[in-house]
Write a protein that binds this ligand. Structure first.
Ligand code: DC
Length: 228
């Protein structure tokens, strides 16, 4: 069976990475979570005092960017690919609200995007890859054989994210989660550099009212149609 590149783009917290991971498992493909890469740079900026009073020291960050190393390592204990920043595992730190609240500002910076897009293209040199993000089907791999654009009602997305955080013991309120999602939607769609837009040849999946299993089956049908 021929291997392809699958680009999955869409709004924050609409289950892109959950679906992409499941697809990768079923297809035996490599999965790359590009949001984790923007989150890693955000954590770096926070830790190095390059974000203060909600504003990013862009000049300072761009100057040290060549020294920031982001990569993924496979953890065979939990069978997960984990994010590393300068060789330190930061997988859990990048999922908290502090990083979520600042990541959109980091993702707007041209030099950050240029660095990460280059890295992502490098990772996709061999096919058999599923990558999720905001600009994968439009900028990173415009020639991807299959492009899926995922969406869901914003309140449903916030409720799902809130439930996930609660299950982890996180005390963030529903309102905070909702505000974070609406402001990231706004930032993602309105920024100048590689905004979130649906590629012309993308297939839309709205998962507001379908189960993860139904969604996975639907996506795998689209894959089958491409690789048969
Ligand atoms: O997918 P996520 O929520 O983990 O992504 C975190 C942020 O990174 C999100 O607010 C938008 C940004 N992002 C981006 O601009 N481009 C990508 N390819 C992936 C994520």
């Amino acid at each position: 069976m021929n291997k392809i590149i699958i680009a999955i783009d869409g709004y924050s917290s609409c289950g892109k990475s959950t679906m992409a991971k499941e697809m990768a498992k079923k297809l035996n493909y490599i999965y790359i979570d590009t949001g984790a890469m923007y989150r890693a740079i955000t954590l770096f900026a926070l830790r190095n005092n390059l974000i203060a009073n909600n504003s990013v020291n862009e000049i300072g960050l761009v100057a040290v960017l060549p020294n920031v190393k982001v990569k993924f390592n496979y953890n065979s204990t939990n069978n997960k690919s984990e994010t590393f920043l300068n060789d330190v595992n930061i997988e859990s730190e990048i999922r908290g609200l502090e990083v979520s609240n600042h990541v959109s500002k980091i993702a707007q910076i041209k030099a950050v995007r240029a660095k990460l897009v280059e890295l992502q293209r490098e990772m996709g040199k061999s096919k058999g890859l599923i990558m999720d993000g905001r600009d994968i089907g439009t900028v990173v791999f415009p020639e991807a054989e299959l492009k899926i654009f995922m969406t869901a009602d914003y309140k449903i997305r916030a409720q799902r994210r809130f439930n996930e955080l609660q299950a982890k013991g996180d005390t963030t309120s529903f309102e905070e989660v909702l505000n974070n999602i609406t402001s990231r939607d706004m930032d993602d769609t309105s920024r100048t550099e590689n905004p979130l837009i649906q590629a012309k040849d993308a297939i839309v999946i709205d998962n507001s009212n379908i189960t993860p299993a139904e969604q996975l089956a639907l996506a795998l049908d689209y894959v089958c149609a491409k690789i048969d």
